[in-house]
Design a protein around this ligand. Structure first.
Ligand SMILES: Nc1nc2c(ncn2[C@@H]2O[C@H](COP(=O)(O)OP(=O)(O)OP(=O)(O)O)[C@@H](O)[C@H]2O)c(=O)[nH]1
Ligand SMILES: [Mg+2]
Length: 218
């Protein structure tokens, strides 16, 4: 069976092919703020984005294990910075709390956002950020802030237009074009369509993360 046949079968069934590419990740520890983060061991890749965009689901799709990171229908599920070792490398994946969780209460929200800002601005080991957006609502204010900040800071940023299974091909293409336009002039920023539910876009994401974990810019 050809690669594309396998992928389209996987999409139809909602399951990735048995030999789909994967990135293993094992939970290491959680931190409420930068000062509690474990000493870095190698390159770290952070998953950022609005609450409910699907950051934890993307991590689970990467590992093929839906229990790697906690997923919830209620936004605000991830309240700490969660560190995952990637076996066979010195690198780590970091699941960040989401932005814009309205029900959290002002002070809790400010505390999480402070921890995310601190981590993104001051973590020397940070090698790249995966910015997860809901493809139906891309380029929210926090997304734009991160996009404007990352490239001039020398930080590679990869945008996932997640939940692509919610849209047809035409609408996916439109969203992709819109985001490509917004990141024109930011050479360190890239974008792809993705679905944590179906596995669409997984090979492209795994290939990029492997490069980042190996210390290459992508
Ligand atoms: N249809 C569809 N639903 C998705 C996809 N990815 C995530 N979801 C759903 O979106 C909701 C939120 O997913 P999470 O992975 O918990 O989102 P998060 O960004 O980690 O949220 P916080 O931890 O609150 O920041 C859950 O109900 C998921 O099942 C996807 O690709 N397609
Ligand atoms: Mg989460």
């Amino acid at each position: 069976m050809s690669e594309s046949q396998k992928e389209s079968d996987a999409r139809r069934s909602g399951k990735p092919a048995a030999d789909a590419p994967r990135l293993q990740a094992e939970f290491l520890t959680s931190a409420a703020r930068l000062s509690q983060c474990p000493p870095a061991a190698g390159p770290e890749i952070a998953f950022a984005g609005r609450s409910n965009a699907g950051k934890s689901s993307v991590l689970n799709r990467l590992t093929g294990n839906r229990r790697t990171a906690k997923v919830s229908k209620q936004p605000g599920r991830t309240q700490l910075l969660n560190f995952f070792d990637v076996p066979g490398t010195r690198g780590r994946l970091v699941d960040l709390p989401g932005y814009g969780y309205a029900q959290a209460g002002k002070s809790a929200q400010t505390a999480w956002q402070q921890s995310v800002n601190d981590y993104l601005s001051n973590r020397d080991a940070l090698a790249g950020v995966v910015l997860v957006m809901d493809i139906r609502h891309p380029l929210q204010p926090f997304d734009l802030e991160l996009i404007e900040w990352a490239d001039p800071s020398g930080l590679p940023l990869h945008i996932l237009l997640n939940k692509a299974d919610k849209l047809g091909r035409g609408a996916q293409g439109k969203a992709l074009t819109r985001v490509r336009r917004a990141i024109k002039g930011a050479p360190l920023t890239t974008v792809q369509v993705f679905s944590a539910s179906s596995g669409q876009g997984l090979p492209e994401l795994v290939a990029l993360l492997e490069k980042w974990l190996a210390g290459e810019p992508g």
